[in-house]
Design a protein around this ligand. Structure first.
Ligand code: KG4
Ligand code: ZN
Length: 336
């Protein structure tokens, strides 16, 4: 089954052609990062406009690179939630038009389910059930993936997402947007014991996470130093902060794996590109004899190949949409 997938939930306009949920025939991503960088973060109105300008060319290019025409497709898939509403609507309306004009089924895909499915591309043998840590700019979830389209949230952040705090602390240190990757690189040369940061606990939950206190503590260190006319060692603070975030994530993830008896752990989302998170998860899983899977770096961030991968399984489970499909800024991964 050949699926054309479209993704426009944030600041990447992306289209891909994917066969049977696993084989990527093309994967085109046009990023708006250079423009949003000027403002220190994504400006939603600009994102919508740039998607509208780019989408025809991006979809065309995905078809050309896959050597397919509309007639060769079996379905059109699109990210419909969650994300920036104006940005999502560009992809949703374009996909609806294509599906109607070509008389192919329309498959709605939840963005976070797509992130999880990026692992099906990298690991052709990976099958649910497994435990997945989905960490992106907007979400931090520990999810029991019971089947391709049946998921249960075991734990989630009560406040900021992991990617969001990486970006905010990086920005306060003067790094350009998106800061997560820059902070990760800067941390390679730092001492992770140089700063003592809080280890946030969520009183009434064993698996929920909280990052806002940790973020504030790091930002206060930077502001206090600047008020005294001192400079913070950014490599040391990056290393200490990265370690604190990764410790929180892996501690809850491993606890959930123990308590629920999972022997397979999967990472997904933009923050799964973090080098320490990858390293620590691998190390901890090895100690406990747990199989570990993570996406290839090029599939960690937003792309449409992952949407095409998940779309195949959504289709098999009977999930198609009519022409009245709407986008949604928020939607639980459990609802799909
Ligand atoms: O999944 P994603 O591309 O977009 C959303 O769905 O949000 O995630 C983007 C997030 C950003 O916050 C970005 O800074 C973060 O992932 N990120 C990283 C790294 N690479 C990307 N955070 C920490 N370390 C990285 N290497
Ligand atoms: Zn994403």
């Amino acid at each position: 089954m050949v699926i054309l997938a479209i993704e426009s939930s944030c600041d990447e306009t992306a289209a891909a052609v994917v066969e049977n949920g696993r084989q990527v025939l093309s994967n085109v991503v046009v990023s708006q990062v250079a423009e949003h960088k000027l403002y220190g973060g994504v400006v939603p109105e600009i994102a919508s406009r740039r998607h509208a300008e780019a989408i025809v060319g991006v979809v065309d290019e995905a078809l050309v690179q896959a050597n397919k025409t509309l007639a060769d497709l079996d379905a059109v898939a699109v990210t419909y939630a969650p994300g920036l509403i104006g940005a999502l609507l560009v992809g949703v309306n374009f996909a609806k038009g294509l599906s109607f004009a070509s008389d192919k089924p329309l498959i709605p895909v939840h963005h976070l389910r797509g992130h999880i499915a990026s692992n099906y591309i990298t690991h052709p043998d990976l099958k649910p059930p497994f435990l997945c840590l989905v960490v992106s700019g907007g979400h931090s979830h520990i999810i029991a993936v019971e089947d391709y389209t049946r998921m249960k949230i075991i734990g989630k952040t009560r406040d900021d997402a992991a990617g969001e705090v990486f970006d905010k602390v990086a920005r306060t240190m003067g790094m350009p947007y998106p800061g997560g990757i820059n902070l990760d690189k800067t941390a390679q040369n730092g001492n992770d014991k140089a700063f003592v940061l809080p280890h946030p606990r969520v009183a009434d939950s064993m698996y929920d996470l909280s990052f806002s206190g940790l973020k504030t503590a790091a930002i206060n260190i930077i502001h206090n130093a600047s008020q005294k006319g001192e400079e913070v060692n950014t490599a040391d603070l990056s290393a200490s902060f990265r370690k604190a975030v990764v410790d929180c994530l892996t501690e809850k993830l491993m606890k959930a794996a123990d308590d629920f008896g999972y022997k397979k752990i999967v990472l997904a989302g933009g923050v799964s590109a973090n080098s320490l998170l990858r390293e620590r998860t691998e190390y901890l899983c090895k100690q406990k004899n747990i199989e570990v899977y993570m996406p290839e770096l090029k599939y960690c961030g937003d792309n449409a190949a992952m949407i095409g991968a998940q779309a195949y399984y959504e289709y098999l489970s009977g999930n198609t949409a009519a022409a009245d499909l709407n986008a949604a800024a928020t939607k639980s991964i459990e609802e799909g």
